[in-house]
Write a protein that binds this ligand. Structure first.
Ligand SMILES: [Zn+2]
Ligand SMILES: [Zn+2]
Length: 324
């Protein structure tokens, strides 16, 4: 392994806080772009090691419930907001709600909304070809699951590919300082636990306990569940449509990711809000978005096109009567 130069380490360190920082004197050689940037992704490694701290801080019902609630809310933020809104624009909303949604998405610690959406758009554009950022078929499981975004090539946001949202300065700011919201969440969890330890000692909660369960563990599990769509959902499951790539429908992944497991459906019709096309294809994100549309906060949810149910389009035709 090549030893990184000190100034490169400093650059990576500054980039922990400012994702857009570039050192003009220290451009990464093209041949090194696909290498894993260990200094840059050290917080990600520490997050994983930090999960072991659950044995040290102990547990309480409130800590477990907080971890679970933050998993569900932030999974919805990733699937409903980063994916179905910023990546595919499958519904519309107001500018202020868009920013509030982006903040909620950023709390998932999966970088900024524009970074996430650009890479995802590239995934659809080049799905399971050499230019796909994460294809388990071509690049292997580990690379498609996590290695791809740990490499220097994929840290940058290519704003040209997301000009529709890059015209909003508040989103560009959030994308640049993508650690701001996660840091605020981590501090808020610690302080809440610290306060409860004194105000309600019977709960058995401490500041560190709420931080470790609610932030460290919940965020790590959330990451792996999300990443499994990039890795497992292109390897294991059934194919309803001939999408020209290896995307698959996987019931278990759909439960874990609140609906994203209907990945073959999604690759076939990526513009519709709903990814579970039949009543038995549970898609909790869609149900949540439908509820939100009744409040008037979001609108113009794109329906599943009628041709999705056409037996001629399906490799394995499903009964029409069951279609919603
Ligand atoms: Zn895919
Ligand atoms: Zn997509």
């Amino acid at each position: 392994m090549k030893r990184p130069h000190l100034s490169k380490i400093v650059t990576s360190f500054v980039q922990w806080f400012d994702a857009e920082y570039v050192d003009p004197n220290n451009a990464t050689p093209v041949g090194d772009l696909d290498r894993i940037n260990w200094v840059r992704c050290l917080p990600f490694v520490i997050l994983h090691l930090g999960c072991l701290a659950v044995f040290w801080v102990g547990w309480s019902w409130l800590a477990v419930q907080t971890a679970l609630a933050l998993y569900v809310v932030r999974m919805f933020a990733i699937t409903g907001i980063y994916h179905r809104y910023f990546s595919h624009r499958t519904f519309r909303t107001s500018r202020w709600a868009q920013f509030a949604f982006a903040i909620l998405g950023a709390s998932s610690v999966q970088r900024g909304p524009l970074w996430w959406a650009v890479n995802h758009r590239n995934h659809h554009r080049y799905s399971d070809t050499a230019a796909d950022p994460h294809s388990p078929v071509l690049h292997g499981f580990w690379r498609s699951h996590a290695g791809w975004f740990m490499s220097t090539r994929h840290y940058k946001t290519d704003y040209r590919r997301i000009s529709d949202f890059a015209r909003f300065p508040e989103l560009v700011w959030l994308n640049r300082f993508d650690k701001a919201v996660p840091a605020a969440l981590a501090v808020a969890l610690y302080l809440s636990g610290f306060w409860l330890e004194r105000a309600a000692p019977s709960l058995g909660v401490t500041g560190l306990q709420l931080f470790v369960w609610g932030f460290v563990l919940s965020t790590t599990v959330l990451f792996h569940a999300t990443a499994s769509i990039n890795s497992v959902a292109h390897l294991i499951g059934r194919r309803r449509y001939d999408t020209g790539d290896d995307s698959r429908n996987n019931f278990l992944l759909a439960l874990l990711t609140l609906g994203e497991g209907w990945h073959n459906n999604h690759h076939q019709h990526m513009a519709c809000t709903r990814q579970g096309f039949y009543w038995w294809e549970i898609d909790l994100t869609y149900y949540g978005l439908k509820l939100l549309s009744w409040t008037g906060l979001i609108w113009d949810l794109k329906p599943v096109p009628a041709k999705a149910y056409d037996p001629a389009e399906q490799l394995r035709s499903e009964p029409m009567a069951s279609a919603l």
